[in-house]
Write a protein that binds this ligand. Sequence first.
Ligand code: GAP
Length: 458
Amino acid sequence: MPAPNFDVIASLSKRRGFVFPSSEIYGGMAGFWDYGPLGVELRNNVKAAWWRHMVHLRDDVVGLDAAIIMNPRVWEASGHVAGFSDPMSDCRSCKLRFRTDDLKGPPSEIACPNCGQRGTLTEPRQFNLMFATHVGPVEDSASVAYLRPETAQAMFAQFENVATSMRRKLPFGIAQIGRSFRNEITPGNFIFRLREFEQMEMEFFVHPRDEDEWFAHWVEARHRWWTDVLGIAPERLRLRPHDADELSHYSKQTTDIEYEFPIGWSELEGVADRTDFDLRAHAAASGKKLEVFDEKAGEHVVPFVIEPAMGVDRAVLTVLVDGYAEEQLAKETRVVLRIRPDLAPVKAAVLPLLRNRPELVERARRLTADLKQQVTAMYDDTASIGKLYRRQDEIGTPYCVTVDPESLDDGAATIRDRDTMTQERVSMELVPQRIAELVEGRAQWEGIPREPAGAGAP
Ligand code: GAP
């Protein structure tokens, strides 16, 4: 069973150092969160898994890391200045603001969802979601610039530079991971809807005649990434094609990948067929030709774009929610994060069975140092072994290594598997390599099955 609600995950995240409310000592800030020591590792692992599959393992996609602030004309050409907005209604009484689409009826007829007063909600007004700032010393309308609301536009603005410098022919893609900012009216549900978040987007440029084929390819490939690479349960994922009336202004067809969160089915990623909307818009606004020569047809074409776009934070949330499990053992409930070993913040924890034996502690610390050469590892001797196991289970550490008095004689340690709690005795010299192989899926677990341990037992 995944996590029953977001509160359980938010509480675990704070207690164990995954995610903290931003600037919490000052009361926090809605829509902004900080990733703690374990969160930053998990997040980096999710991003690395995307980059590997999207860029490194493919011949037809290259990367980009563009500036967050771009020439504001980019956002005029893309349609964001005129149209990147949500309808909103304000309550004249309590002053709160609501997305009109979230209200349970027309604002003129319903009571304010916060203060309950009737007739206080204003008619819907469009509210632009871009954060504006000023560049340079003078704050006037000529110095206005925007924090990017999506990473995608940089791929269109740099289309020509990337295609030329990398000698690309169709089809090819440009991928980017980076921060985006949206002044969401109703941020919330922990890290699901944020005002500062990170996106992983890829713009795949194809010949217009190949549009449908590539759209189908990317919907299928992206769905497979969520199941096979992130390890998300297939029964809690679904594909949902957009109805015509919900398509973005640039999209001809979009299919969302959704996850069944405790709040219901919600979007993780969208695969959109953006046609030639963006390249034509930027070509018209900049006066530069944004096209490629198609050798087959012997003519210049403006490519169509298929875009898989996802949020890093939603992926982190999905991994946490989907991996969360509570198991009833003989004497206690075990909380365990069953996340893929390659995503886990800590791959191996070295736990000495006795902390008052200096030579044992010294050996365990040496093993930790050796392990760190191969994987992320930590040493912990601050509690009883049973407690130490539970702590590691809760943060998803796939392997715990115990060093016991016998280790000093036989030079071996015990590796314990998080999910089965079975154990395997391995020569300490071979432990780092063994764990690296297990994490990378190059080795099979050969632990001896044993009864699940009760409270306090290894
Ligand atoms: N370039 C297309 C684009 O930005 P989008 O559907 O607005 O499309 C893509 O965003 C993905 O970015 C979403 O599927 C979601 O995972 C993530 N995302 C969008 N807004 C977000 C927000 N306010 N907080 C967290 N993630 C968000």
